[in-house]
Design a protein around this ligand. Sequence first.
Ligand SMILES: [Cu+2]
Length: 345
Amino acid sequence: MYLSFLPALLAVTGASAAAVPGPLAPALPLTKFEETAAHPISLDTALHGANLSATPPKSNAKFALAAAATCSNPRIRTEWDNYSTDDRNAFISAIQCLLNRGPSGQFGQSKNRYEDLVALHQTLTPNVHGNAKFLLWHRYFLWTFEDILRSECGFNRNLPWFDESKYAGKFAQSSIFSGDYFGAIALGGNCVTNGKFANLALNVGPGSGNTRHCLARNGDASKTINTGSAMVNACNDRTDYNDMAGCSEGGAHAWGHNGIGAVMSDVYASPGDPVFWLHHGYIDRNFRIWQNKDSGRLNYVDGTDKNGNQLTLDTNINVYGLRPDVKIRDVIDTMSTTLCYRYNY
Ligand SMILES: [Cu+2]
């Protein structure tokens, strides 16, 4: 499928020569990815380690109502098992389209349009992980990815997400990790050789460096077990944004990355594995579930950025010009003018 798709695409889009598959890229040692892995927290820490007596959210109902009124026809992000075969194939084809388009040139390490997104994430990693911007920035990053799929590759479906609570400790049983779609997970750090991204070569990462390598995975059920409802609920029981966000990052987020392993375990360049978007859809959806518990959570933030500056609704969120800079107030509510989407559950 992949090979037969490629010539047609080249003919249509005039994609650059970089798209033509070269020699197979090698698998790198797992230690190369794990040097820059996120540090996960235990379920016990998620349950008991928080500052649970945090400041209650302040609300600004006027803003919330104004925002809601401007998103009357939201896109519905659809869980993978509810996503049709036709939608699945269209989503994967759109990612392949980005992989086969030339890079913008904005990032020297990027060899195709898809890798512009990986390089953006790599460049901003220290700014958008390990601090309160994490959930908000990644929300806009996912939207940026979606909007690029739509505008540059004609994608016109809903975005999928992966309900890891159904597959915690058994990701391999999801059809995501099958030869029909994203390829196998239990690979011990070897290259993905089945599915629609078989033998994919990556040029961005690992870490903040760049070495050509294959898309590899190292599935570990003892880690993905921690992406389930117990962990998500423990984090979502925290009432303060900053406490919840830190718990989410070290909780289901970190365990999912590390449990898929290899490329996904590298915080910097993990978007090189296309399952990144499905995993982060779950993290963003869990954030929205938390917000749904109190409308005040749609217009209040706390915590600080990497330099210790307090976040406010006016704090900037930037994706290096791939899409316009926005403010936190523009992305804190998924049902607002800028984003306008919700999850199917
Ligand atoms: Cu990230």
